[in-house]
Design a protein. Sequence first.
Length: 443
Amino acid sequence: MGHGFRLMALIKGVLWGLRRKIVSRLGKHRVLIRSSDYPTLFAARIDALKREGRYRIFAELTRPAGHFPAVLWAGPNGLTEVITWCSNDYLGMGHHAGVRAAMIDAIEAGATGAGGTRNIGGTNALHVELERLLAALHDKPAALTFTSGYSANLASLSVLGSLLPDTVFLSDGDNHNSMIEGIRRANCDRVIFEHNSAADLEAKLAAISPDKPKIVVFESVYSMSGNISPIGEFARIAKKYGAMTYLDEVHAVGMYGARGGGVSQELGVADQIDVIQGTLGKAFGMQGGYITGDASVIDCIRSFGASFIFSTSLAPVLAAGALASVAHLMNSTEERRLQRQRVAEVKARLLDIGLPVMQGASHIVPVFVGDPVHAKALTDRLQDHHGIYIQPINYPTVARGTERLRITPGPCHTPAMVDALVDALDTEWSALSLARTRQAIAA
Ligand code: PLP
């Protein structure tokens, strides 16, 4: 958009605001809106985002097969190779040769789009096979796939909360938007407990009438802080008060547990959790979401979940890729071992140079910046001067004043890439005169 146009949009936005103020001062509540006003009104909202430094610019990236985490960035000087350090393809499975071959074979055999909702022609043999494998991954009787982890949470929580009268949700204060929206749609009471606090969860459960159904909703790995929840403790407390548990393992499946079944599997408490939800879009390198649990619970969500029923099912080619990826990670531990090694190296080296790494036991390495403009300047400089791609994390993804970089080291990052990342961050942290610290800071 040219400067002239933006200036005009700004002036029009200000004039429209003035008109609205004058009219309401005159006691008239109705403002005449012309159809030509809308572009100006929306442009003013975008300008406000830009002034706050929160305007999101998507980097146009291509991922040449077999080269991840090297990707091609379409920048002002044409295509440049950059190393991505913020992908949620945590284990590089999106470019795994076996996964790609499975998808190509599936396409040759005819598995492209689903051709409908699950009910009307959209159930494919690959969906059924994938659901069997996902149930086995989590040692649960049944599973159901969705087109995203987001819609899995939306459908599941709205159904669970709406089928039993007087249900109360107990939701961790840092839960993801998809869970918040799912709970909202259930249209029942909701109590927020302090993030990761067993004491607060227990106090809030104790205050609810024992005859009401209760569902405790939380995540295993919180993706913006790297915090891991006390799953066993939450499950124990939930049982004590007759509550059901719903655990989002989106940022853990594939990476934790002997077979990649998540943190609940790693801690040996998966059998204490009623519903485990996951995604195929992160460590499994594909797209789609799922839930696993008791057969009657899964059947209810299949039968009543609007965002499941009324949407074209997962493309069978994606189900084929997911099958290959999940099966691979159920048997191979090499990706998980290497990821942990890289994560430990990056955390230690950044702390060594005094960067404010946020404490957390997971594979996510958040580096606190605390200001959206600095976070953006830092990531721009990393990209422009060092060929390193990291997206800044701003409000509303995190609270204002807690803006950060979120680094996700993985098995495909080489030791030389780690050296280059640490050197680049060191240089640009100094160039922007950002504060250093001697120890990890609380997440
Ligand atoms: N749950 C959590 C905790 C997430 O962070 C996300 C997405 O990042 C989702 C659910 C949605 O999963 P998906 O990306 O598969 O839609």
